[in-house]
Design a binder for this molecule. Structure first.
Ligand code: SAH
Length: 195
């Protein structure tokens, strides 16, 4: 097996793992009624951009080899780093889903009996699921040996992140008031103590 092949297979396994982790929460969360929502055209657009970068472009590359002219031969150390990032991302992703439980949403929703989670993985960082997605995008950049399809996840998710955090925090502030303002004041966004 070449490093390029291992990288592509690992990327596909990462997407499969991501879905296996998310599926049961998606089913459970669907049963909790949505009380208010911040979905709209802007949210749909940023989700589509993120999906293109994290799913469609690397998926097309792994399945067909397109765009071939941007393909390169990665070193083993690069694939090893990518596998490490992949494992970290999936562990973190599962922890955040477990912590949010039925309050989780693929988009921006406040559900019936929504509680603000501020402990466990949410104690020092208020967007740990986005930390997991950044790590996953980094893993993709290392594992997918293509100059376009590899970094596309960092760009696509980066756009979603930059455009979504402010409206998400506004929504949480409207729903939880001072409790959220205090929580926001004592936490970082995605890296404990740093950002
Ligand atoms: N930004 C968070 C969650 C992403 S999922 C993270 O990165 O971990 C988005 C949904 O999670 C939103 O619909 C929002 O209502 C909910 N949510 C975000 N932070 C929350 C928290 N601390 N407690 C409860 N629900 C939260």
């Amino acid at each position: 097996m070449t490093p390029a092949l291992v990288g592509s297979v690992a990327w596909a396994l990462m997407v499969a793992g991501w879905y296996v982790i998310r599926y049961p929460f998606e089913r459970r969360a669907k049963r909790a009624r949505v009380e208010r929502s911040r979905r709209g055209p802007a949210e749909t657009l940023r989700m589509a951009i993120s999906l293109t970068g994290l799913g469609i472009l690397p998926g097309v590359f792994v399945a067909t080899g397109w765009p071939r002219s941007a393909t390169y031969d990665p070193a083993w150390w690069q694939i090893a780093l990518g596998l490490g990032a992949m494992a970290g991302a999936l562990v973190l992703f599962r922890k955040t889903h477990k912590a949010l439980g039925k309050m989780w949403s693929v988009s921006l929703d406040i559900r019936e009996k929504h509680r603000l989670v501020t402990s466990g993985i949410y104690r020092r960082v208020r967007h740990p699921m986005y930390s997991a997605f950044w790590t996953m995008a980094l893993a993709q950049a290392l594992l997918v040996p293509n100059w376009i399809a590899g970094p596309a996840g960092l760009i696509g998710f980066g756009i979603l992140f930059a455009a979504r955090v402010a409206p998400e925090e506004r929504m949480m502030e409207e729903a939880f008031g001072d409790e959220y303002r205090a929580y926001r004041a004592r936490t970082a966004r995605i890296i404990p103590g740093i950002f």
